[in-house]
Design a protein around this ligand. Sequence first.
Ligand SMILES: Nc1ncnc2c1ncn2[C@@H]1O[C@H](COP(=O)(O)OP(=O)(O)O)[C@@H](O)[C@H]1O
Ligand SMILES: [Mg+2]
Length: 276
Amino acid sequence: MNASDHEKPLIDIHRATIWRGSTCVFRDFSLSIGQHEQVAILGPNGAGKTTLLKLVNREIYPVAADGSWVRILGRENWNVWDLRSHIGLVSQDLQNRYRDKTRGLQVVVSGYLSSVGVHGLLARRVSKDQIKKARAALTDLGVGELADTPLANMSTGQQRRCLLARALVHDPQTLILDEPTSGLDLAASFDYLARVRDLVSAGISIVLVTHAVHEIPPAIRRVILLRDGRIVADGSRETVLTRDNLQAAFNVEMRVRELDGYYFAYPDERGSLQET
Ligand SMILES: Nc1ncnc2c1ncn2[C@@H]1O[C@H](COP(=O)(O)OP(=O)(O)O)[C@@H](O)[C@H]1O
Ligand SMILES: [Mg+2]
């Protein structure tokens, strides 16, 4: 990248329309995220969060139309390899694509190939240095001893860390995490969130995608609230994570509390108590 590229937004979506099969998920949708923002995209199931990520990751494309664009770091066209070195993605969707027999180190090394498996000839394209770096990435994330362990024999949390290591071998400036703690117990979630915090401290930008309000770490300043392919609210966490906004996005009555920089939503049972 040259100097001017640093000014370009990470994601610049302008008046895009996006279909998945016969569903129009986004119509005339616009969103811009800067390169050094720490952002959460929050919304209920089906809001379009994963679709948005697939758009950024070049797995799906918008309807071509005049005055409509999707630019990543100022460019509309990317090859997947170049893109991976700028943006790392970790998702359950990606995790599901691996076979149970794939071993920890193979998962990480597959990141160099932008593929899921490492088989036969492909494996020879990976250099010794790359393998060394892949091992180091596993060790950094506390799963160095799982290099030769098949995914089937790991906990979901350990699998997720292998995928995070896979994204990190490219030294991306930005990490996109799609529902990173789904399926993890409290210890594994907290561990994962602590690693996210460390990455933020290390200068990596995070785009966290989640349906869970309490999983947005305080370090994430901007929250984009999504429902049915539309932005319900977008701004600082304090202005967006209000009861009114969350009720509108999730379509349910709730109460909201802030505690030590985290936000919690819980059922509003006062209404039903009064009725009895
Ligand atoms: N492969 C697909 N084919 C058709 N519709 C899809 C497909 N994937 C997702 N959708 C639809 O797109 C909408 C948004 O889904 P998604 O982006 O996965 O939401 P989220 O990640 O916020 O839960 C939903 O209405 C969903 O049913
Ligand atoms: Mg999703």
